[in-house]
Write a protein that binds this ligand. Structure first.
Ligand code: TYD
Ligand code: MG
Length: 458
């Protein structure tokens, strides 16, 4: 019997090395090499057909003018959020990777899309669930389709055999980490398996023009499990995120060869599937009558989308030695910086106070344009004075306590006006050249934190 051949692979970039190394010579990461059993039959790797003898002649270079193409018609799924995130529907022959934490709803989203496309022959391959489990899941959903086929299988060659018989127009693989190719000996989910299976699926997608969706697991630190080159191989990378205990889910693109990466889709998880949210600002603000201390509304941007979001803080004297600083959905370092600015420039004695910050709706935000709203909500709680609920904020705060301009200010103003706010507070530097009279909202321009304080709290 032939000796089993093993090799070492970097888990980050996928580079192969005959022996173990501490630092990857290619990507510079430390301690990423793992030993894996490698391929049996080199000749057939990367091919999706059993006997794929290439008969084509080698490609010749052409000028762009010589290349003809028909306008590729995208497949519209009918899910407006997904269609927009993909840049206007599914591109034929594209390979889309969708990653997210366990239980976030990746399988639900893909099955729902498969069922929504009732005129398209879809093959949903699951290596994680049995056919009956998928049936049970589909029963919960509102959509029904007679052209959605389900296959519970993990061996790529078996899957391709079924594909050749069925000829689906869309393929969904529930999860790339469960697939196993016979040409590589290591276990499913290992770098070489993931890479090989993706390469086979990519070849299939490009040769037949069938779009393929891959569901991918993510690791502890939030990156898609498997080599980084997985993300390089596919055309589009989508991230499905949200707090598992709350019902909102966000679909983001981190790479898209066929559209912008600034688009974002928002869904709400229901008992019968995911429902697209068309007016997110409405759900991110609590509807209430009385005014509450420590609440401020910020006008932020998520990708290209302006959103109004409620920020809550609670400042209370620390009972135990070291005061606590805790933030949910917001960068803790940024919060510490804003508190330091308030101490130093605003003369507030927050050193002996616990500060808790919460972003409504379970959203994770990183738009610096929310700084002004965060600071306003902290002052409101500290001073026990509520902020007028008809005012919202958009501005970044610098270390000197200055209020800085943020990008796409007009979108933010327009969204605030649309949501019925009476006033919006911005940086003075943001409004140069803007025609403010066209918005039915009063603009309060400030250049320092101090001015904000005088406007709102005095
Ligand atoms: P799932 O799609 O299995 O997650 P993933 O594939 O990302 O691991 O989602 C599972 C969660 O979604 C589970 O906690 C139950 C919930 N869910 C609903 O709330 N409504 C539904 O209609 C379905 C199918 C699932
Ligand atoms: Mg799943």
């Amino acid at each position: 019997m032939a000796k089993i051949k093993t090799s070492f692979f970097c888990q980050n970039c996928g580079v192969e090395s005959p022996k173990w190394t501490g630092k990857c010579p290619s990507c510079g990461e430390w301690n990423t090499f793992v030993e894996e059993v490698v391929q049996k039959e080199e000749a057939q790797r990367g091919s999706w057909k059993a006997n794929n003898k290439s008969t084509k002649k080698a490609n010749q270079p052409k000028t762009l003018g010589e290349i003809t193409f028909e306008e590729q018609s995208r497949l519209i799924t009918g899910d407006i959020e997904l269609d927009r995130v993909l840049g206007g529907g599914i591109v034929p022959g594209s390979l889309v990777l969708i990653g997210g934490e366990p239980g976030i709803g990746k399988s639900t989203l893909m099955l729902q899309i498969a069922l929504m496309l009732s005129k398209t022959k879809v093959l949903y391959v699951s290596g994680e669930e049995s056919e009956t489990q998928i049936k049970m899941r589909s029963e919960r959903m509102q959509h029904h389709s007679d052209s959605c086929y389900v296959l519970s299988e993990t061996k790529t060659q078996q899957i391709f055999q079924q594909i050749e018989l069925l000829k689906p127009e869309l393929l969904v693989i529930d999860s790339i980490q469960t697939l196993h190719s016979q040409y590589v000996e290591s276990a499913a989910g290992s770098v070489s398996q993931v890479r090989e299976c993706t390469a086979e699926l990519m070849k299939f997608a490009k040769e037949t023009g069938t779009p393929v969706f891959l569901i991918g697991h993510i690791t502890k630190d939030g990156t898609i499990a498997g080599p980084k080159i997985l993300e390089h191989m596919v055309d589009t990378v989508l991230q499905f995120e949200g707090d598992r205990h709350l019902s909102y889910r966000i679909l983001r693109t981190s790479k898209n060869r066929f559209g912008s990466t600034n688009e974002l889709g928002i869904y709400e998880m229901h008992a019968n599937g995911l429902r697209p949210v068309t007016n997110p600002s409405e759900i991110l603000m609590t509807q209430r009558e009385e005014q509450l201390n420590g609440v401020a509304i910020g006008a932020m941007l998520e990708g290209n989308r302006p959103l109004l979001i409620e920020i809550q803080s609670l400042v209370s004297p620390a009972t135990y030695g070291t005061p606590q600083r805790s933030s949910t959905g917001h960068d803790a370092k940024r919060l510490n910086m804003l508190l330091a600015v308030l101490e130093k420039r605003g003369g507030m004695r927050l050193g002996q106070q616990d500060v808790f910050l919460n972003i409504a709706g379970g959203l994770r935000v990183d738009d610096p344009g929310l700084d002004l709203a965060v600071v306003a909500s902290i002052i409101s709680s500290y001073e026990d004075k509520a902020i007028d609920p008809k005012i919202c904020f958009a501005g970044e705060i610098g270390l000197g306590g200055e209020v800085r301009a943020v990008n796409r200010i007009e979108n933010r103003i327009a969204e605030a006006a649309k949501m019925g706010f009476k006033k919006i507070m911005l940086s003075r530097y943001a409004i140069k050249g803007l025609e403010l009279s066209k918005y039915p909202i009063e603009v309060l321009a400030v250049s320092k934190l101090e001015e904000m304080y005088r406007h709102i709290f005095l």
